[in-house]
Design a protein around this ligand. Structure first.
Ligand code: 2RA
Length: 350
């Protein structure tokens, strides 16, 4: 019998992208698709693949008969409800941060470590953070051939990583500074935001319009942010390299959607640009845009709404042996969230 799929958080930002992905698949392996959300959204009607569905309220019995439940909800909701779904017999695929580092929960990127989806003693599989995910297809392909040893990463993260609140704030800031000739004097961007009546409290800690902000996530020990530690810990777990040396600096940029990363990766063996190109071209979830002579490279604005990870600016490091530098862009709401979660479900359905 065709499996039943549930989407928990179906009316939220990532849930909505999930439904869009399902609507645009040529075929889907599901019998029933069940939409689940909080009491506030229960009763809403949403059309999936031409059929109208009524959103049901999150409750233990909502998982009865469900084979795979995708969770696109905040950490605390997943922490409470993913185990309930698993108890009721579903495999929970969780997009939150609640279980990512749990040793009994695999952290899966299908094109890198699909086999881990079968090792799930708690009945839960976790989806990585979007920042880590944006570089995993490329790093996974290179690691298989050349053995990754060290990783130095700088991120250029979009405002939508901070949710709808982040998008709204960036749009309001852009409106407040556009055409005002500000940005030429220290403090005048902040003054323009205040003059436009924007609250001093912001999801980004500093003005984001006409600026970059070297902070993403929450404060952790010794000057690191949660986002930087996620890049380190999740990369190690996904690639299966517990002692991988990783250093990350996570930066928010005035881009609405699509995270970018500058990656400096050192391998056990020498790797040339041509070898890397061949691997990227052979990977269906990567688009290589790397034509140095003609100025072809990926940018976040060119990748919004796209499923693959875009890779470019591939260079052999001049002063570091066995090391490549490259730039990746990945839509943080698609591969970075809904799409990878859905691909895990498709892997399970196979
Ligand atoms: C961010 N990676 O961009 C986070 C969202 N999960 O803020």
């Amino acid at each position: 019998m065709a499996p039943t799929l549930a989407i928990v958080g179906a009316t939220g930002a990532v849930g909505t992208v999930m439904i869009d992905i399902i609507n645009n698949r040529e075929t889907v392996p599901w019998g029933e698709i069940r939409l689940i959300a909080s009491a506030r959204s229960a009763g809403k009607k949403i059309t999936v693949r031409g059929q109208e569905h009524t959103v049901v309220e999150l409750a233990p019995e909502a998982f009865d008969g469900v084979d795979i439940a995708l969770f696109d909800v905040p950490d605390e909701v997943s922490a409470q409800w993913a185990p309930v779904a698993a108890e009721r017999g579903a495999i929970a695929v969780d997009n939150s941060g609640a279980f990512r580092m749990d040793p009994e929960v695999p952290l899966v990127v299908p094109e890198v470590n699909a086999e881990k989806a079968n090792e799930r003693p708690k009945g839960i599989i976790a989806n990585p953070n979007c920042t880590t995910l944006s570089m995993m297809a490329a790093l996974g392909a290179l690691h298989r051939e050349f053995g990754l040893r060290e990783l130095v990463v700088s991120s250029y993260q979009a405002a939508s990583g901070a949710g709808q609140e982040g998008i709204d704030r960036l749009q309001a800031e852009i409106a407040a500074v556009a055409g005002k000739g500000v940005g030429e004097r220290a403090g005048d961007v902040a003054e323009a935001l205040a003059a436009a009546g924007l609250p001093a409290e912001t999801p980004f800690k500093a003005p984001l319009a006409l600026n970059v902000v070297p902070w993403a996530g929450s404060r952790k020990d010794d000057g690191w942010t949660s986002e930087e530690l996620k890049v380190r810990n999740e990369s190690r777990k996904i690639l299966g390299i517990p002692d991988l040396k990783v250093s990350a600096t996570c930066v928010r940029v005035p881009v609405v959607t699509t995270h970018s990363l500058a990656v400096h990766a050192t391998f056990e063996r020498e790797v040339t640009v041509e070898q890397a190109h061949r691997l990227f071209e052979a990977q269906p979830t990567i688009v290589l845009q790397d034509d140095h002579d003609n100025g072809v490279f990926p940018t976040p604005a060119g990748v919004v709404g796209e499923d693959p990870t875009y890779v470019g600016r591939v260079r052999q490091a001049l002063d570091f042996p066995n090391t490549l530098d490259f730039f990746v862009c990945g839509d943080n709401l698609r591969k970075g969230a809904a799409l990878n979660t859905y691909e895990i479900a498709e892997t399970l359905a196979k």
